[in-house]
Design a binder for this molecule. Structure first.
Ligand code: SAH
Ligand code: SF4
Ligand code: F3S
Length: 476
């Protein structure tokens, strides 16, 4: 049994790690033919992409995916710890699985992985109160899943295999992608920023960049397979390369990825701290690097930003914001904002509202501060009531929503390029995203999912656009 330990997870050692190719024990292949799995993912794109690896590994063992846990032999929850409600959702699901296992399907094997598995408190809770859970493994040893599942399908006792320190960096992980035309590509794992409210540096370990040649090979293969779009993923993609190269960062990587001729390149998430001029230049220069930047601000008050450990002031954020807007034509900028951080006064909050009015973000994900075990902010005195925080969130949402609509209205009558992702919920319509990452529902004849299409925008809503297709620019 290996249990997570926060103190270990916090350490950042300059020890080298190895790059290792994933291998599965041949004896395990097809071992579970005829068995089924249910996989539920919580959290960010990183977790979604991990689930794509998990699905591929389970399928190599012979499992077939089902959408309902009632039909499954194995139920696996890939969890997220970012806020309390993510926790609650996973525990709610565990409660349902407990009921199923105790009353209806005694043989159901239940597993937990992802960021919650890296939390000591959660694992203790599972050991003490959720004994029906068969196995737990963490974010650092996903590659061990075939062996862990094999053992769990045989053994009675709980298997807990969670490492606090990141292990080797895995290449050649099998992947079963959720989408046939757009793909996630990890470029950097972990986070060293330690924003005071955030649990990610504990659950995902230190920053580790993948080698550029491995990333480029993955993108080149995706191009050959007919993929149109890649999203380069990391908790802080701007730190790419700093741990392994002297003069090679995200700007240089974007340039090389752009030359693979993949139709669209996205990347997320960018911490304002490491945003280099070279990156801005490359995004402006290459047509296939999408003009959309997710640039979390978190707060408009420099006093609160300091307490958050964000390493920039309001003024520095604005300088970067202006540089991006000036250099990249038609760029869209989205953000994340936390309200009710401990010690946030009404004046601090008003500064957040002001900066939102000023920046007029194209999209914003807004959250109430959630206390995370063992983070520095969890120890700060919190004087704002729950009601005040909810009220602030509502006021903030009114402001940001207003600008989503205003920005969308500016696009009416314009032509945008869209990657067709599927048939819309709206009858007779398709949907996709513009290069600036706006959801658009549109009508048209003879369209196939995967087509790149020029669409004329006919109407604007707060969360989406409507349009009609003009020409297909690239068909599959
Ligand atoms: N690495 C990204 C953020 C990843 S987490 C970045 O720094 O830009 C996504 C968002 O969740 C954060 O931007 C933040 O707004 C929010 N978040 C993280 N921890 C939180 C907490 N404890 N309470 C509320 N929101 C939180
Ligand atoms: Fe969390 Fe900050 Fe790292 Fe983002 S940059 S993952 S908010 S610690
Ligand atoms: Fe959640 Fe872990 Fe992502 S905490 S947001 S799943 S990195």
């Amino acid at each position: 049994m290996n249990l997570p330990d926060y103190k270990e997870a916090r350490k950042r050692e300059k020890k080298d790690y190895k790059v290792v190719n994933y291998e599965i024990d041949k004896k395990l292949i097809h071992k579970f033919c005829g068995k089924t799995y249910f996989l539920k993912t919580y959290g960010c794109q990183m977790n979604e992409h991990d689930s794509e690896n998990i699905a591929a590994m389970l399928e190599s063992l012979g499992f077939k995916r089902v959408d309902n846990y009632m039909d499954a032999d194995l139920a696996l929850l890939n969890t997220c710890s970012i806020r309390e409600n993510a926790h609650n959702k996973a525990f709610g699901m565990l409660g349902r699985l407990k009921h199923v296992k105790e009353n209806l399907k005694k043989d159901l094997v239940v597993g937990i992985c992802g960021c919650m598995a890296q939390e000591s408190g959660v694992v203790e809770d599972i050991l003490n109160h959720y004994q029906f859970v068969n196995f737990v493994f963490g974010t650092h040893n996903i590659n061990e899943l075939p062996q862990i599942v094999f053992d769990a399908m045989k053994k009675e006792e709980q298997i807990i295999e969670v490492y606090s320190k990141e292990g080797d960096l895995m290449e050649e992980m099998p992947v079963k992608r959720d989408h046939p035309h757009k793909a996630y590509v990890n470029i950097i794992y972990g986070c060293d920023k330690f924003c005071t409210y955030c649990i990610v540096p504990f659950t995902r370990g230190r920053e580790r960049s993948r080698r550029k040649e491995d990333i480029l090979k993955e993108v080149e293969d995706l191009v050959k397979e007919g993929y149109q779009e890649v999203t380069l993923l990391g908790q802080n993609v701007n730190a790419y390369g700093k741990d392994i190269y002297q003069d090679y960062g995200l700007g240089e990587l974007l340039e090389e990825v752009s030359k693979t001729n993949i139709h669209r390149i996205r990347f997320m998430t960018s911490h304002p701290w490491d945003f280099s001029d070279s990156m801005i230049e490359k995004i402006a220069k290459y047509e296939n690097i999408m003009p959309h930047i997710h640039l979390p601000i978190q707060s408009g008050s420099s006093r609160i930003l300091k307490k958050m450990g964000r390493r920039y002031t309001k003024e520095e954020y604005l300088t970067l914001f202006h540089k991006i807007k000036k250099t990249i034509p038609n760029v869209s900028i989205s953000t994340d904002i936390i309200v009710g951080f401990p010690g946030e006064e009404e004046e601090d909050f008003l500064e957040t509202l002001d900066i939102c009015k000023y920046c007029q973000f194209d999209n914003a994900f807004t959250f109430i501060f959630s206390k995370r075990e063992n983070t520095p902010a969890a120890k700060l005195k919190d004087t704002t009531t729950k009601e005040e925080k909810e009220e602030r969130l509502q006021r903030l949402n009114e402001v940001v929503n207003h600008y989503f609509l205003e920005n969308n209205k500016k696009l009416v009558g314009k032509t945008v390029e869209v990657l067709t992702e599927g048939v819309s919920n709206k009858p007779g319509m398709y949907y996709g995203y513009t290069d600036t990452n706006k959801l658009i529902n549109f009508t048209g004849e003879g369209i196939k999912v995967g087509d790149m299409i020029k669409v004329e925008v006919t109407d604007a809503k707060t969360w989406s656009l409507d349009g009609c297709a003009k020409v297909v620019t690239k068909s599959r």
